[in-house]
Each structure stands twice: as structure tokens, then as C-alpha cells.
Design a protein around this ligand. Sequence first.
Ligand SMILES: NC(=O)c1ccc[n+]([C@@H]2O[C@H](COP(=O)([O-])OP(=O)(O)OC[C@H]3O[C@@H](n4cnc5c(N)ncnc54)[C@H](OP(=O)(O)O)[C@@H]3O)[C@@H](O)[C@H]2O)c1
Length: 288
Amino acid sequence: MTEKIGFIGLGLMGSRMAASLITAGFEVALYNRTPAKAERLAGESAFVASTPLGLGQQARLVFMMLTGPEAIEAVLWGEQGLVGAGSGCEIIVNMSTVPPAYNRELAGRLLAQGVTFLEAPVSGSTDAAAAGSLVILTGGDATRLEEVSPYLVAMGKKLVHCGAMGQATSMKMVINLLLGIMLSGLGEAVTLGEKCGFSASEVLDTVLAGPLGCGFFQAKADMLKQGDYPAGFPVKHMLKDLNFIGTTAEDVQAEVPLGNRVRELYEQALVLGLGDDDFAAVKKVFEG
Ligand SMILES: NC(=O)c1ccc[n+]([C@@H]2O[C@H](COP(=O)([O-])OP(=O)(O)OC[C@H]3O[C@@H](n4cnc5c(N)ncnc54)[C@H](OP(=O)(O)O)[C@@H]3O)[C@@H](O)[C@H]2O)c1
């Protein structure tokens, strides 16, 4: 396919994912609520739309990377919304992290308007988004997903088809539950080490030299060593996802006691004013 596609939501992740599409040679119409983030990406094959509807008039296939349901509702059905009268948008691929139940419900509402809805949440943070090496989880109609796969491949190193609509975001809940638990665990352990008289570097270098030296901990080590947390994935979004994980667990009658406790820790991090810091900043909660 060589048609012009649309990309909505050019934040930390979306800006890098849209850049991968542009670099891969696709023509992309861009929309972001804060226009400056779209204008930064504009170029020979990247065009800025001033409204979601304006973007829908240029592109049949649209990718979205937005915070969550509130942002999606605003983009789809707000003033000059993507699926408003006159839009030519026929397929929407939601790459945002949202509750599985929300995507299932949204798929029904969009189908009633003649729009095909697919989900493709991602595993991997800003570095992987910039490198086009995300793991992309897909859910929904397999034939339609096949149609959009050339675009997904430009953004990711691996596509994992998880099944029917809602299953990809279910897998995303699983991954982010583990992320939240692992990083708060690391923060707690390093803080214990510091209180025992070691520096954060001594603790981390020792931990990472052994069987716990996984890529995820490696990627966060410098933040913990330096006590500086520039956001890759901010605390406020981790907390959002832990709330989604809680409702998802209720929906499927699963117990997530660690997830519930970790959510409280991230709530405390938010109260400490760390919402825009990387979620590794949860360590500050243990520092007291
Ligand atoms: N960061 C990560 O490491 C990571 C990794 C995997 C998945 N995710 C998921 O990817 C999604 C995007 O994350 P991000 O880190 O890129 O977040 P972000 O930097 O906060 O970007 C959020 C995007 O949503 C837009 N938005 C928010 N509220 C809106 C509204 N009411 N109306 C219209 N647009 C609105 C923002 O527009 P403005 O620019 O105008 O604010 C921005 O484009 C989230 O679902 C997140 O959980 C993130």
C-alpha cells in the first residue's frame, strides 16, 4: 500500500513511532492536540492536519497513540472529531494502552459507524520507539491486521498476534503489571542497600553482574544511580496502567495483590510530585 496514512498522538512514544513511518518512506498526515509537536515532524512526506477530522479527510487508515480513553474519546467524537461527518477514515489502529474492555466496547461503537477498529499496543519504551524496535501486540480481525502490517513492521521488530479484540491489551496489562512490580522491587532493594551503607552504584553493579542483570534493570540503572529520572515512561502513566490492570483483574476474577500494593506506591509517588518523572522514580517513595 502506498496511500497516505494518518497518525494521531505525537507525545513521547507517538512522535518517535510516526518518525519511523516517515523514515520508512510512507506519506503521513499528523495530528496532535498541541500542534507544535506535529509541526516538528512536518516535511516532504509528513503533513500536519489542524483537526482530527481534517486528518480523517486525508487518510483512510489512522494510527492512534494517545494517553487513554479520555483522549481517544476527545479525538474521535470531540469537536472536529476523527469520525465526524465528512471523514474518510475507514480503519483505526489503536496503539495506546487502554483497558481491554474499553477497546472491545469501542470496536462495537466504531463498527456501527462503518469503521474497522484494530488494537496494537506496544511493549518497549522511547528508545525502542526511536529505533523502530518495539514489540507490537495485535488484536482483532487477522485479515485487516495483515493489511496494516507493513506499517506496524516499520515501527516494531516483532508483531505478536494475541487473538480477538481485547486480547492484545490483555497481554499489555500482563506486561505492565510485571513492569510495575519489577521496578518498584528494584527501587526497594536498592534503598535497603543504601541504608545498609552501600552506594546505589555498588548495589546495582553487584545485582546486575548476577542472574538479575536483565536488559530492563540495565536500562534503568543509571537513573537509580544518579537519582535523576527523565521520563521514558512517566509515573502518571504507570499509575494509569495499574488502575487499568486492577479493573481488568476484576473483570477476569484474577487476584493481583502485588499489583494493588504497587499501585499504592505509585499513588504515593504522584503525591510526592513525581508524576512527570520516569516510573523508576518510585524509588523515592522508599527513601522516605
Ligand atoms: N512512554 C512509554 O514508555 C510507553 C511505552 C509503551 C506504551 N505507552 C503508552 O503509549 C501511550 C502514549 O504514551 P506517551 O508516553 O507517548 O504519552 P505522552 O507523551 O503523555 O503523550 C500522550 C499523547 O496523548 C495526547 N492527549 C492526551 N490527552 C488528550 C486529549 N484530551 N485530547 C487529545 N489528545 C490528548 C497528547 O497530546 P498533547 O501533546 O497535546 O498533550 C499526546 O499526544 C499511552 O497509552 C502509554 O501508556 C507508553
